[in-house]
Design a protein around this ligand. Structure first.
Ligand SMILES: NC(=O)c1ccc[n+]([C@@H]2O[C@H](COP(=O)([O-])OP(=O)(O)OC[C@H]3O[C@@H](n4cnc5c(N)ncnc54)[C@H](OP(=O)(O)O)[C@@H]3O)[C@@H](O)[C@H]2O)c1
Length: 226
């Protein structure tokens, strides 16, 4: 039974990833930063729930220690934050502390956690990070969301470096865009139901091969320009 680790799985896209992978017969280790707020995740039969605050080095170390000796087929860095209120990451105001916290969670955490779990990754394993189309330098013509865009662009660069550095282990790194999705983050106007987004993400992950290592792909298979 293949093993997938999913971060930030107590709601939104992470919860739906856990739900779909367990139904598909995977062994699912789903993480949540506060086990008292694991919500619907706690009720998913067959899912192993573990604590992990991705922005805390000691939490990453504790999670890696708990996973020691277990081979991972798929690691999904899903946990993420929009960062400060959009007005406070705009041309009118920059929340410096909020920007740095956004970098810690969205950019540093996936890199640090991948490195902490490097020895768990089977040859041919995949590491998928929920990035965002908003990270595309080429497609940014609307401005705003400085902290969020910068953090996701930064994680994309980390993914490219890991893709090169771990290629000889046969690991495939992917930066993924889930669409504009109906979650707490996406809000009520989002057009993509979470089930459709996750079905698409799973298809992209399943079909990705070595030639896709280091690619930036949307849930519908579209290649996103960096
Ligand atoms: N929704 C969209 O339209 C959209 C578009 C592009 C990209 N994305 C990306 O897709 C991913 C999932 O988004 P979503 O819409 O499902 O977001 P969401 O509904 O806001 O859920 C975010 C999840 O991340 C967790 N999280 C945040 N900070 C964390 C931390 N420091 N440690 C551990 N967990 C943490 C949250 O846990 P708590 O419940 O404890 O806060 C929650 O489980 C994110 O990386 C997001 O940037 C989403």
């Amino acid at each position: 039974m293949p093993l997938v680790v999913i971060t930030g799985a107590n709601r939104g896209i992470g919860l739906e990833l856990a739900r779909q992978y367990v139904v598909d017969g995977w062994q699912v280790v789903a993480t949540c930063r506060d086990l008292t707020k694991s919500g619907d995740l706690a009720g998913l039969p067959g899912v192993e729930v573990r604590p992990l605050a991705v922005n805390a080095a000691e939490s990453i170390a504790a999670f890696a220690a708990a996973m020691r000796g277990r081979a991972i087929d798929l690691l999904i860095h899903n946990a993420g934050t929009m960062g400060p209120d959009p007005a406070r990451q705009s041309k009118d105001e920059i929340d410096v502390a909020g920007w740095l916290e956004t970098m810690q969670t969205n950019a540093l955490a996936p890199i640090l956690l991948t490195l902490a779990l490097k020895d768990n990754l089977r040859p041919g394993a995949k590491v998928a990070t929920l990035s965002s189309q908003l990270a595309s330098l080429a497609e940014n013509v609307s401005g705003g969301l400085y902290a969020y865009r910068a953090a996701k662009a930064a994680v994309n660069m980390g993914i490219r470096s890991l893709a090169a550095d771990l290629a000889d282990q046969g690991i495939i790194l992917l930066a993924l865009h889930p669409g504009w999705v109906q979650t707490d983050m996406g809000g009520p106007k989002a057009p993509v139901p979470v089930g459709d987004s996750v079905a698409g993400l799973r298809r992209v992950i399943a079909t990705a091969g070595p030639a896709d290592n280091g690619s930036f792909i949307a849930f519908d298979g579209r290649r996103i320009p960096w």
